[in-house]
Design a protein around this ligand. Structure first.
Ligand code: B16
Ligand code: MG
Length: 219
């Protein structure tokens, strides 16, 4: 039986990826004079802020001091925060609210497992804090995906075991983290982008508790 669920934030519950994209692209082009494509953005999904900046720097010849890197990260984050301040519950991705509600009604605990340091603010704006027993984010865990720390901490806080816990992830690094931690992983997106996921669905509207139990029982 399903013990609990761990949700990635960006790309699973809400689409903030496009705002990360616009802000990183602006930083890359305006400050570092390098291009930033949709493929680059795909590679950054699930990575921490500093890992994302390091990825962009690796495309340029710029050698940056630690101080300069902090300045660029603050600048990118300010642009990102300006963009996400208008997020409301209407921005929840398909099926997110219904699944969170049905888990709560069935007394199955849910937690957040995100790399984002902005997660608490976004959760507040989405109005879904009431459905989450724990929030594990980039402020709580420093080892980022594909390390399983963020999900292991979530399971620990919920008091549940990985094999009967389902992780929902949209990033390859997140799928790797989930499988490394021994979780059942449902990928959100396209099969070809999510190697190693136990199942892949387009969004959370394809998920019911009954379906999760069937998958776990046949695993
Ligand atoms: P922040 P997730 C991740 O969120 C994003 O996928 C990734 O693109 C971003 O760089 C990372 O959070 C850090 O975000 O700059 O807000 O701390 O997918 O793990 O929910
Ligand atoms: Mg994500």
């Amino acid at each position: 039986m399903l013990a609990g669920c761990l949700f990635d934030l960006d790309g699973v519950l809400v689409d903030t990826a496009r705002h990360h994209f616009v802000a990183w692209k602006r930083l890359a082009e305006e400050q570092l004079n390098v291009s930033f494509t949709h493929e680059d953005n795909e590679a950054l999904k699930g990575l921490s802020r500093v890992e994302s900046l390091d990825y962009i720097l690796s495309k340029s010849t710029t050698v940056a001091s630690a101080e300069q890197k902090l300045e660029w990260m603050a600048l990118k984050n300010q642009w990102y925060l300006n963009a996400v301040q208008s997020i409301t519950p209407d921005d929840l991705l398909p099926g997110a609210q219904a699944l969170l509600r049905s888990l709560q009604d069935a007394n199955i605990p849910a937690a957040l497992g995100s790399a984002s340091k902005n997660a608490p603010m976004i959760i507040d704006q989405l109005g879904i804090g009431k459905f989450l027993t724990a929030i594990v984010d980039g402020n709580v865990v420093t080892l980022s995906k594909p390390h399983p720390a963020v999900f292991l901490k979530g399971a620990e806080l919920l008091g549940i075991e990985p094999p009967r816990t389902v992780v929902f992830e949209d990033a390859q690094s997140g799928v790797q983290a989930a499988k490394e931690g021994g979780f059942y992983c449902v990928g959100i997106g396209r099969k070809e982008d999510l190697t190693g996921a136990d199942q892949v669905v387009p969004d959370l509207s394809f998920i019911t508790i009954e379906k999760l139990n069937n998958w776990l029982n046949n695993n």
